[in-house]
Design a protein around this ligand. Sequence first.
Ligand code: PLP
Length: 453
Amino acid sequence: MLNTSEKVKKSISELKNQIIAEQQKINKICPPEQGKEKRLEERLEQIAQQRGRAMAYPYLSDGEGFGPFTKLIDGSVKYDLIGGIGVQLMGHSHPLLVEANLEAATVDCLYSGNLMPYDDIRLLMDTLLGQIKESRLEHFWFTGSGTYANDTALKLLWQKKDPAYKIIAFKKCFTGRSVATQDITDKAAYRQGMPKAVDVEHVPHFDPRNPEGSLQITLNALEEVWNKAPGQYAAITLELVQGEGGLTFGTKEYYEGIFEWAKAKGLYIWVDEVQTFARTRRLFAFQHFGLEKYVDIVTVGKALQCCGLFYTEELNPKPGLIAGTFHAAIPALKAGNKFVRHLTEEGFYGENGKIAQLEKSFLKRMAALANKQGKERIPLFHGIGTMQAFEVGDASADITKKFSMLLMKKGVITYMAGDNPTRVRMLLPIVLEEQHLDEIFKLIDETIEELFT
Ligand SMILES: Cc1ncc(COP(=O)(O)O)c(C=O)c1O
């Protein structure tokens, strides 16, 4: 982009405006277009055949969408409240995304890599590291996925603590699906038939139904786990807001209690922010909870548009341990940098920032809905920043899926999280406005009525 001529720059600007003008036409929900009703089902069937397994959700797009709206292949338009499980924090066709894609089109290749890096990695790392000066995190390493960021974190920790290889994680956590992270992820169904690669112990996370007692319960479990193999643990890993686990999150005091315990035992603190990055009232959830002094290693992905890990100088590995072909695709690096700069420079964070306002507005509506529908129908709701969840009826997987499917038919895409209880999960785009929320809550209300009558 540096050497792009004025003529190309002007064309990019014109093209950007034209693309946005086209995409902006996707601005309200609507049912499938006449004649295209069967298209979604047919194409998903073909994909199921090709991959040997059906998709989880009846969704397929060929790239049209604007703000919170996404257009499906059958011509229907829906609110997207899950954003590719957290990737689309900026909504669809955000001007900065269009700009990043067009600028990247002028670059001579698609990917930056470890052997032949492109300057975009320096620019992005500069932006990111500039945001965490009050922590001890000094370095960043790009990885191809959130899972691989966690795998790499594990390698750094193992090398440093060799031969203390055991890991402490939290019940219901999700860290990914690699050979290593499938053992840390607390779900037996995700590792059926797999040999064990990592020695992990799981302790209970915060319980929103027992906020006062949660810390002691976790500390008791930690002591019990430690006493089984004192000195053999390398680190404790956790999501400060559990994604797959049902959007469970604790308090500053809860996390401080755990981290003080971990530090006293000489454990490194590894925070998985693959989902939480950019979604709380601060850029990082560890900043939101004021835990800067504790974190040793932090993994990110999703909303950043690329993935990787931050670590302290102490954890900087020996030469040879980490490498790989790719950093990320150049449009992703450019978009990630533009997004983070926009979010941190344009008033999104802080107690009165745009994310706090969206959170407040969403939770206010949620409280009114729960009050109207009653405890039997909405027994629990909670959320932080752009991550929101609620329970429907007995919070079984069955009723939650039925609810989500009905709501999707009406024009709102959500997803599920957790087992026993299962919750409706939303990872909101920051482009939601008041009139969108009004319509979304009207549709949620109607769906609940339909489900229970
Ligand atoms: C907390 C957390 N860690 C790790 C991952 C894995 O990331 P990826 O799917 O990019 O490999 C996810 C994905 O959902 C996640 O939510």
